[in-house]
Write a protein that binds this ligand. Structure first.
Ligand code: C2O
Ligand code: CU
Ligand code: CU
Length: 494
């Protein structure tokens, strides 16, 4: 049986022969399991830790660096276990910090016993440097990534992208952040140094033997989630803060889990940026969803809190997330107010200039059905993750796009049961509209995006300015189990 065949036969195994009343009962069960209640995927409940471990930050790296993908050992959640790393004794790779205009030269040394590569998620770089699943470092081999930073300030990230192995390699530890700075951002005098905190949020399954990655059929449906929340590779951490503004650079580096971020004291989250860098203006909210692959740039003010106060970054319950997401509220990390500080910073009213692109500028509209309904296949209920009914095939170009044109891309999950964070390589887009489900854009969906969350019942339209970065790129669902299951296609820009 293929792992992507999901059998909906309550209490029956694939080989069971059905006769008489059992068969009739099964048929009536099947006819009622169309949309919405067919999957039986379950939430994976997060076990909150004690928030007594100090938050750590990955080492910083510059534009010239070697990443060594390797099996290494680290201590996490009380176990010293083998994990995958880009450096010794760490789950995450270094945080790159470079300036706009820099020439980057990064050597991937693959010391794994399987192939891997690095995708630079959020970087607008040539197709052959992008970490396309075709562009691979074989076991023991290398791949040299050379490109120029040709884009505005923002938080990008990097992770492996070998087809059918991405989920495993990321879950077991391979990922890192990539920060770009520029003069426009510097002029805003945003909180920096100790007051700018890069935070990678990941849920993991951790045992005394390692980080097992073995999704069953239902976990391919829902995506692979873990019981332990890590921030920067530390389970349930805390950090001490001063009574002033902080800038949180947040990446959802999880395989599948969506978070509804909020502070336990109901503090304002001032959203100043997202996947593609700064927004035009700050937007203040109390909570915000972040899906796998998405980034948030958030200001939070701890001024006025008394020393000794604990404030938690939490994920609140949310609806619309299908059977497996949003069912639980939990704490992610603790900010311990420890130092009083004077702070003259106020969030600037204007952050950046962003042209508003309209649908009228598009020369073409492409619609992608991502609903992936459960289907009756004889007595089986089967669902594979597809886009327009197609599964990833590296030898097939699915969409031919003309350089220097704008297009509208429509992701239609109106009949679907699962959240799909849809991601395009090689471009940033603007979100035009969401209909169905939440029926509106979130505070973090202004400006430039490379990943957009399409919840069950939703149809999301984005405007993509394809420039002249020609070549072959993938686009896919960033639920990594869905991606590895084939929910990925290719476009060729020429
Ligand atoms: Cu972050 Cu193609 O992915
Ligand atoms: Cu990407
Ligand atoms: Cu998906």
């Amino acid at each position: 049986m293929k792992r992507n065949e999901f059998i909906k036969m309550t209490g029956l195994s694939a080989g069971t022969i059905l006769t008489g009343t059992a068969f009739t009962g099964l048929l009536s069960g099947l006819s009622s399991c169309k949309k919405g209640h067919g999957m039986n995927t379950k939430p994976v409940i997060v076990n909150e830790g004690s928030f007594t471990k100090l938050l750590a930050f990955p080492a910083q790296a510059g534009a010239n660096h070697t990443l060594t993908a390797q099996v290494t050992r680290t201590t996490v959640s009380g176990f010293t276990i083998p994990v995958l790393g880009y450096q010794q004794n760490n789950l995450l790779g270094p945080t790159f910090r470079v300036n706009k205009g820099d020439a980057v030269n990064i050597l991937l040394q693959n010391n794994l016993s399987e192939h891997t590569n690095v995708h630079w998620h959020g970087l607008k770089i040539p197709a052959l440097m992008d970490g396309h699943p075709d562009q691979i470092a074989t076991a023991g081999g290398t791949f040299r990534y050379q490109f120029t930073i040709n884009q505005r300030a923002g938080l990008s990230w990097y992770h492996p992208h070998p087809h059918e192995h991405t989920g495993k390699q990321v879950f077991q530890g391979l990922a890192g952040m990539f920060l770009i700075n520029d003069a426009e951002e510097a002029a805003l005098n945003l909180p920096s140094g100790a007051y700018e905190l890069p935070l990678v949020l990941q849920d993991k399954r951790i045992t005394s033997g390692g980080i097992p990655y073995n999704p069953g059929e239902e976990e391919v449906m829902a995506g692979f989630m873990g019981e332990t929340m890590l921030v920067n590779g530390v389970d349930s951490p805390y950090t001490e803060v001063a009574t002033r503004y902080y800038r949180l650079r947040i990446l959802n580096g999880s395989n599948a889990r969506v978070y509804n971020l909020a502070f336990s004291n109901n503090a304002d989250m001032i959203i100043i940026g997202n996947d593609g860098g700064l927004l035009k203006n700050p937007v203040t909210v109390k909570d915000i969803l972040i899906a796998p692959g998405e980034r948030l740039d958030v200001l939070v003010n701890f001024a006025g809190l008394s020393i000794g106060t604990d404030v938690y970054l939490t994920s609140k319950e949310f609806s619309n997330g299908g059977d497996a997401q949003g069912k639980q509220g939990f704490k992610i990390m603790k900010f311990k107010v420890a130092v009083s500080a004077s702070d003259s910073f106020t969030p600037p009213a204007t952050l950046s200039v962003i042209p508003t692109l309209t649908a009228a500028s598009a020369v073409k509209t492409r619609t992608f059905n991502i609903s992936n309904e459960m289907e009756h296949r004889g007595m089986r209920m089967e669902m594979t993750h597809r886009i327009n009914g197609k599964q990833y095939d590296g030898s097939r170009i699915d969409e031919f796009v003309s350089a220097n044109t704008n297009e509208v891309w429509v992701f239609d999950n109106s009949k679907g049961d699962e959240p799909h964070p849809m991601h395009l390589h090689g471009v940033f887009f603007q979100v035009l509209q969401r209909s169905g489900g939440r029926n509106q854009l979130t505070a973090a969906e202004n400006g430039w995006k490379d990943t957009v969350l399409v919840m069950p019942g939703e149809t999301v339209r984005v405007l993509v300015p394809f420039e002249n970065n020609t070549g072959k790129f993938v686009f896919h669902c960033h639920n990594l189990e869905h991606e590895d299951d084939g929910m990925m296609l290719q476009y060729q820009l020429s």
